[in-house]
Design a protein around this ligand. Structure first.
Ligand code: MG
Length: 322
């Protein structure tokens, strides 16, 4: 099959900026792809890189798009280099666009992102009213003593039977990670908890995989890898080195959806699917993968509707020169 290929780059400002251990993030930049086949059927795709997380840069993705001819083939789509995982995702999802019936699940199956710090204590209720029952809170942003204090309030404030994920974005030290894991294990052992602490996400930097592997075997509280498994290649390497904990998969940057499916089916890994703050285009393809490949009833991390405004008008304005 031959496709007519067009693309547009975009810049979108978050309604409120995002704070993680990697710093502040205000503007999402990416590329929207459009493939038109010989029967004039259109498929949309989105390249939404996060280079500081392990994908290619926006510039590399743009260079790749610019050097492509106006007409491309299936073979070209399925042979994009592993160094361009966000491009692999964007092109394959445009190729697959509309191939399967799919409906977006209820908010109770999503995890809602709480703001960092004390603001979490006031914000959870809004998310709760919207239907969220799993919450994620960023840690490793402030001094650990302060965060443990807020955490203590948070677990006594959140309603019973909710789930809480703690995401450090690699910002903790080995000692701090032990302290968090021990605190969570103790709370559970004392029967103090009415909610569930689902896991601690990426406590240590990517280079400290062996320590995380050891910690995952020493504590009851689960650890999820995120930054460590940004791309399919990293994911396979961690699996080979013995990781049997949770894998956070960001479809937008992990690479080829077809190869991801194959890997997940073959190894039956415990996965959590998560957003890269993409627009509705990549979100559709990502949610489809999450629906296909999620196991163990884990909420998916796409509770991000409150981060962008006016999706439809924005999208039309991007393509009104066609
Ligand atoms: Mg994370």
């Amino acid at each position: 099959m031959i496709y007519r290929f067009q693309f547009r780059s975009y810049r979108r400002k978050f309604v409120r900026s995002l704070t993680t251990n990697h710093g502040k993030w205000d503007i999402r930049e990416g590329i929207i792809l459009r493939l038109t086949d010989e029967t004039l059927r259109v498929g949309w795709g989105e390249i939404a890189p996060i280079s500081w997380f392990g994908s290619e840069t926006l510039e590399q993705a743009l260079d790749f798009c610019r050097q492509l001819p106006e007409e491309i083939t299936d073979e070209m789509i399925f042979s994009i280099a592993d160094e361009l995982p966000a491009c692999q995702f964007g092109f394959e999802s445009a190729y697959e666009w509309g191939s399967e019936f799919f409906s977006i699940p209820n908010t109770q199956f999503f995890s809602g992102l709480l703001p960092a710090g004390e603001a979490a204590l006031n914000q959870w209720e809004t998310l709760w009213q919207q239907g969220y029952r799993t919450f994620k809170w960023k840690i490793g942003v402030d001094a650990i003593a302060n965060e443990l204090k807020i955490f203590e309030s948070l677990i006594h404030t959140l309603p019973a039977f909710t789930k809480l994920r703690l995401d450090a974005n690699g910002g903790l030290s080995y000692e701090e990670t032990n302290l968090w894991l021990r605190t969570c294990d103790n709370l559970k052992a004392n029967g103090e908890l009415t909610l569930e602490i689902e896991f601690i996400e990426q406590p240590l930097p990517v280079e400290q995989f062996q320590q995380m592997l050891e910690l995952s075997r020493s504590y009851e509280t689960a650890i999820a890898l995120d930054e460590s498994v940004a791309t399919l290649r990293q994911l396979a390497a961690c699996y080979q080195q013995g990781w049997r904990g949770i894998f956070v998969i960001k479809p937008g940057i992990v690479g080829s959806p077809s190869r991801l499916r194959k890997f997940c089916h073959q190894h039956e890994i415990d996965t959590v699917f998560s957003s890269v703050f993409e627009t509705a285009i990549a979100r559709k393809a990502s949610l489809q993968l999450a629906a296909e490949l999620s196991r163990n009833n884990r909420a998916i991390g796409f509770g991000i509707d409150h981060f962008f405004e006016q999706e439809e008008t924005w999208f039309q304005s991007l393509w009104n020169d066609l």
